[in-house]
Design a binder for this molecule. Structure first.
Ligand SMILES: *Cc1c(COP(=O)(O)O)cnc(C)c1O
Length: 437
């Protein structure tokens, strides 16, 4: 038996499903997962020594690529001074100042240990600050696994084919309203907050329609509700100022995760002072954490943000664009209908059902239209093509996420040569997939 399967068997004996996050079990693509032994730059090596070009990058934190020397050095140095104290440190102040400096309109921030904690805390804060209960979220947006936000979630929830989640009480979601993405919902004075992924990246990649985010801002203002941007993916990836800067729409609260921790467990939520001052110890909304603001995590986050200057975002966008164009061409040449929606450096892929009979013939199922909401995304994500492409790529040394609802995460370590190698491999993979359709 191979080392991957051996580890998976051992894992399944002691960990539910063998994994600590459901998507990793390969349930939605079939087969069994590779276990990572190490990683560097654009590559991961599995337990059997096989190298893959990695577009998972931990679903976003790996924006510099794996094991960036500056991050490794910063974390190592921090660890030698002790790993956690239960008292404040300068490192927390520095990272908070960096975020406040980068995000216009964000005046105060608190660090937590995951994106889930960030959104849970932001929702509690929004309720505490407004004295209202209602929450509006959008179908296909994923905000972590807090009870109130698990209704109609994308990402892992969608990959598992779960419509909801056992163990979430009716009471916990009674005040959650789910609306379709890209339609501005009617709000009334019971709504505390509208939470949205400003670019949806957990139902594949779905861009906000023109006027959608502006419409949410106006609707929240009219109803006295708070607008919460879940920037756990878009923050420090869509640019220095994240999606707020990119869209020109300023929310009342922001949630961060992934990139902000540089690969260590970090989340954060922040916003205007008049909202944030409701948090304990200033106000009556309790929130805290033993490892919140952890010195290793702060060191990794600080080093990562320092390296993400304007030039870095230009380079990242150029890489994503080269990858999107290359893959689009490779899939089209093979007669595999696909669309690769891209917003800045954020990239998704959707496949149409069935093979087209070639670009030149004009016959076949026609172009795949980029989805605008969860219903449209589901039709493409669930048509059975993604798992085939996924495995054809993985066999050839390219790792996408093991689920059709995830985005691709090229990093700053994915140079042109790596992208071009990916495209060449994709051409081969697509040809075998088409032959089998
Ligand atoms: C990943 C993600 C989360 C949850 O973050 P965790 O660190 O996994 O808890 C929340 N919101 C969005 C948009 C995400 O992509």
């Amino acid at each position: 038996m191979g080392a991957n399967l051996d580890l998976f068997d051992r894992a399944r004996r002691v960990i539910p499903g063998g994994v600590n996050s459901p998507v990793r079990a390969f349930g939605s693509v079939g087969g069994t997962p590779y276990f990572v032994a190490r990683a560097e730059g654009p590559y991961v090596w599995d337990a059997e020594g096989r190298r893959c070009i990695d577009y998972v990058q931990s679903y976003g934190p790996g924006i510099l690529g794996h094991a960036h020397p500056a991050v490794v050095e910063a974390v190592t140095r921090a660890a030698s001074n002790g790993t956690t104290y239960g008292a404040p440190t300068e490192a927390e102040v520095v990272l908070a100042e960096m975020v406040v400096d980068r995000i216009a309109g964000l005046e105060s921030i608190r660090f937590v240990s995951s994106g889930t904690e960030a959104t849970m805390s932001a929702i509690r804060l929004a309720r505490g600050a407004t004295g209202r209960d209602g929450i509006v979220k959008f179908a296909g947006c994923y905000h972590g696994h807090g009870d109130a936000l698990l209704a109609a979630g994308g990402s892992g929830v969608a990959n598992q084919g779960l419509s909801g989640c056992d163990g979430v009480t009716a009471g916990a979601v009674a005040d959650t309203i789910v609306a379709p993405y890209n339609v501005v919902p009617d709000l009334d004075e019971t709504v505390a907050a509208v939470i949205v992924e400003p670019v949806a990246a957990n139902m594949g990649l779905v861009a906000p329609a023109d006027g959608f985010l502006e419409g949410l801002r106006a609707a929240c203002d009219a109803a006295g509700a708070l607008l919460v941007f879940d920037e756990v993916i878009t923050g420090f990836r869509l640019g220095r100022g994240g999606a707020a800067d990119w869209s020109g729409v300023t929310p009342d609260l922001w949630c961060f995760g992934k990139v902000i921790g540089g690969g260590l467990p970090v989340g954060a939520f922040g916003g205007r002072w008049d909202v944030m001052e409701h948090l304990a110890p200033l106000g009556g909304v309790y929130q805290g954490g033993t490892l919140s603001g952890n010195p290793l995590a702060m060191a990794a986050g600080r080093t990562t943000l320092e390296l993400l200057d304007d030039g870095a975002f230009e380079a990242l966008t150029a890489t994503a664009s080269r990858l999107a164009d290359g893959l689009s061409g490779a899939f089209a040449d093979a007669g595999l209908p696909a669309v690769l929606p891209r917003v800045g450096s954020l990239l998704g892929v959707f496949f149409g059902a069935g093979a087209s009979s070639g670009a030149s013939s004009g016959a076949g199922p026609g172009p795949v239209v980029p989805p605008t909401d969860f219903d449209e995304a589901k039709v493409l994500a669930d048509n059975g093509v993604y798992p085939k492409v996924f495995h054809a790529l993985l066999e050839r040394g390219v790792a996408l996420a093991p689920g059709a609802y995830e985005a691709l995460f090229p990093s700053l370590a994915h140079g042109d040569a790596v992208v071009d190698e990916t495209v060449a491999i994709a051409a081969e993979a697509a040809a075998t997939v088409v032959a089998g359709l």
